[in-house]
Design a protein around this ligand. Structure first.
Ligand code: FAD
Length: 447
């Protein structure tokens, strides 16, 4: 009988347990992607991620010989309809961990009611959130013990790419399996076409991910101890590929582990991704609610348009922050150290609610991730789990002196740095730091 694979954030052929199961099932296999902009549990993609999605879908469709089925609508509705159309015996997918999993739960119930098999798999996290708890059975809120417990587990080997000969789709014209047209989804910007910097920087898709990984293993991993220096290509830049599941953490794990003295340090960062997803699973409102409710009383100031505009476009007069915000605008990516400093300036020096910054990053990052983005913003704000203490305010000048001592990174993105064209700071770092600490006292008192 026919089976269906429902792809979501797992746009890869290798190490894809759902695809593997469908091929193993025997019979025809149909691979579908659903653009779900209607289910309330699904967070709508930002602009940069939408650009990435287009190219990632085009890439996997090409590898499937044009057989990918594209549909739009509520995921559970679309899949139930498609299963009826092709009278599918079974539907397979890899599990999600945000509130969007409710869509999957509805589908599973409906398929089973209709006598069809519905089976899901672990594919995108090494540690599924419900499988790991502290000794009293509650979720971890602190990273180090979470990661220590995670490291005690065996990590299964990645699966090879399956035989694709059973896959049927719109390319098999006789079968009449209908797909929408990717170009008609209009996921790419047109007027203006702001994606030039993204095209220069990235190769979305599984082959692009594998090439990035190979390059990192060769040239990056051994200098990963310099991961805090934004001018040095010491990090993997795999984040958007991981976000869209073009590479799995299992593949990453087994390629990196034991390869270099720096491997454990790298995998620990991958562990932060696991930790944030663990948080999001247990606290699905992570993007909208303070993890620490005491912060609900925090006196954020209403930012004026000029201030936000200066921050968005890298004209704050704080060089490291401006470099980062311009890197983000141009490439859809910002170095981690600089993300922390740029977020800290917005939250602590400008006293702007972290949610406003989180949304900007959500829209502009190609790696905008439902767990990592709010988890990291709350970490910087001090409102998160295992967060930086609120009173620790990053000093962007000291950060620049320490991590970009020759201003190589700053000059790469802010060519007018040091000239009269460069703006004065929009905020007094010293004074605003004092104000931030005073505002925090109020939260502390409420704690
Ligand atoms: P590498 O250093 O090569 O790390 C490998 C992988 O580990 C990354 O691809 C990522 O999946 C994970 N990782 C590394 N560092 C972190 C971290 N601190 N927290 C969580 N996971 C990590 N990361 C996202 O993937 N999506 C986001 O939307 C996102 N938003 C962020 C917002 C703020 C304010 C901050 C401070 C950080 C954010 N991060 C986010 C975390 C981090 O900045 C990026 O994961 C990292 O910069 C990606 O670059 P890389 O792939 O070269 O990382």
């Amino acid at each position: 009988g026919t089976s269906i694979v429902w792809l979501r954030d797992d746009l890869r052929l290798a190490d894809n347990p759902a695809l593997d199961a469908a091929v193993g099932h025997g019979g025809d296999v149909i691979v579908v992607y659903v653009l779900d902009e209607v289910s309330p549990e699904v967070r709508t993609l930002g602009a940069a991620s939408t650009w990435w999605l287009h190219h990632s879908l085009a890439a996997i469709n090409e590898r499937l010989g044009g057989s990918l089925v594209l549909r739009r609508g509520a995921g559970d509705e679309v899949l139930a309809t498609l299963a009826d159309e092709v009278d599918a015996e079974a539907v397979f997918w890899n599990r999600r961990y945000s509130s969007s999993r409710e869509v999957d739960a509805r589908l599973k119930a409906r398929l089973r009611e209709g006598g069809r098999e519905a089976t899901s798999f672990a594919a995108n996290l090494l540690v599924e959130p419900w499988t790991i708890t502290t000794s009293d059975g509650s979720p971890y809120r602190v990273f180090t013990p979470f990661w220590r417990a995670s490291l005690e587990r065996d990590v299964r080997m990645p699966l090879p790419e399956p035989d694709l000969s059973a896959i049927r789709g719109p390319a098999d014209v006789g079968l009449g399996i209908l797909s929408e047209d990717l170009d008609e989804w209009r996921l790419l910007p047109t007027r203006p076409d702001w994606a030039g910097g993204l095209r220069e920087t990235w190769t979305p898709g599984e082959l692009g991910a594998q090439a990035r990984l190979a390059d990192f293993l060769e040239n990056g991993l051994d200098q990963y101890d310099r991961r805090d220096e934004p001018a040095v290509p010491a990090t993997s830049r795999l984040s958007p590929h991981l976000r869209f599941g073009e590479i799995s953490p299992y593949q990453l794990w087994h390629s990196v582990k034991g390869r270099s003295p720096k491997s454990a340090g790298y995998l620990r960062e991958v562990g932060w991704r696991e930790f944030n997803w663990n948080l999001l699973y247990h606290w699905p409102d992570l993007a909208t609610k303070n993890f620490r409710p005491a912060f609900d009383a925090f006196g954020w100031s209403e930012p004026d348009d000029e201030t936000l505009d200066a921050w968005h476009h890298g004209r704050t007069g704080i060089p490291l922050v401006d470099a980062g915000m311009r890197e983000l605008w141009h490439t859809g990516y910002m170095h981690n150290r600089v993300r922390m400093v740029a977020a800290s300036l917005l939250i602590k020096n400008l006293l702007v609610d972290w949610r406003i910054g989180e949304e900007w990053f959500w829209d502009t990052l190609v790696d905008a991730d439902e767990a990592n983005n709010p988890g990291s913003w709350q970490w910087v704000a001090g409102s998160g789990a295992d967060a930086a203490p609120y009173f620790r305010v990053f000093n962007p000048e000291l950060q620049a002196a320490k991590f970009d001592p020759d201003a190589d990174y700053i000059r790469r993105w802010v060519p007018e740095y040091g000239t009269p064209d460069y703006p004065d700071p929009i905020v007094d770092l010293k004074e605003s730091r004092k104000d931030a600490l005073a505002a925090y006292e109020a939260v502390k008192a409420a704690n």
